[in-house]
Design a protein around this ligand. Sequence first.
Ligand SMILES: *[C@@H]1O[C@H](CO)[C@@H](O)[C@H](O)[C@H]1NC(C)=O
Ligand SMILES: *[C@@H]1O[C@H](CO)[C@@H](O)[C@H](O)[C@H]1NC(C)=O
Ligand SMILES: *[C@@H]1O[C@H](CO)[C@@H](O)[C@H](O)[C@H]1NC(C)=O
Length: 336
Amino acid sequence: MKWLALTFALAAPTHAGLRFGCSTLSIQRLDPVVEPGNAPSAHLHQIVGGNAFKANMTGDVGEQGTCTTCTFSEDFSNYWTAVLYYKHPTNGSYKRVPIYPNAQLSGTGIQGGMTIYYTQVDFNTNGKDKITSFKPGFRMTVGSPATNTLDGGKAHKGLRYTCLQTILTRGAETPDFPTKACPAGIMAIHHFPACWDGKNLDSPDHQSHMYDTTKGGFQPAAPCPASHPVRMPQVAYETMWNTTAFNSLPWPKDGTQPFVWSFEDSKGYGTHGDYLFGWKGDSLQKAMDSTCMFQGCENGKPLKSQNVAAMNKCTIKNTIEEDTEGWLTALPGRAM
Ligand SMILES: *[C@@H]1O[C@H](CO)[C@@H](O)[C@H](O)[C@H]1NC(C)=O
Ligand SMILES: *[C@@H]1O[C@H](CO)[C@@H](O)[C@H](O)[C@H]1NC(C)=O
Ligand SMILES: *[C@@H]1O[C@H](CO)[C@@H](O)[C@H](O)[C@H]1NC(C)=O
């Protein structure tokens, strides 16, 4: 409890909010949080972030990475979700949906990837609470591939989809895949829980050490409960799936839509995300204690940042040899 007391002693108004791009690090079947050491893991992921990523990761990841696909060059964390495929309604073949970067980010030419947020309460301000950084070794997941009902999907308030009318559309979120063709693609949104039990870096289900008070849509979250009293950064991912090339291909005739997650979920209820902390030293805490917002946190104010060329240059060798691109007769790892 010693550090909790320290936290309260240092409590001061803070307003920092991070929003930044990360290009794709890898698309492969690995999941060091849910299936450590399993190579391959059950289903395909898109992973962004630091190059220390591998099937099993332990210890202080912030000290292990040598490059990152993210804007902030001291962020060796890894962020991943499942991957979206189009399923041909008559011949059953699958093709991976490409990803494009958020048009609101600084720098152009980011390859695929995700937008990552670390905020306190909402999009415009970060409130006045002390935000405590995650510790080395911290990891968590949100959502579950086992969720297979609409009510189950709705219960995860931070997990939503937006049918993009243009690349700048925001709002109008649904708990399941849009059922109509979306002119600019589908944005998948993952808000993680932000209340920590103050003790455990992980838990057997990778969730019970955290508590979710998220209301979704970057609305102010409810206070943390006594069981999970420590307010951590509100982490969120946005991934822009460019489904437009598939809008002119055949769609199912029964009114359903043709996109499936890589774990064969055609409704989208099972959407989930994984987070593995890896900021170097006290860099994330420094940012959370500052008053910077978004691009204003770059160039040493207070975070070290890098340009898009450096982000895109950071790669890892794929350790799982299998086809994930082109027309596939089965989803990776799900051969019939
Ligand atoms: C991680 O995986 C590699 C490759 O499978 C293995 O050699 C190593 O022993 C594993 N390390 C841990 C800590 O499980
Ligand atoms: C299914 O249709 C697509 C698009 O026409 C085609 O490229 C693919 O090869 C077909 N798959 C099979 C197994 O015939
Ligand atoms: C989405 O894909 C379409 C069709 O392949 C392409 O013309 C368009 O440029 C892509 N959009 C973005 C924002 O990358």
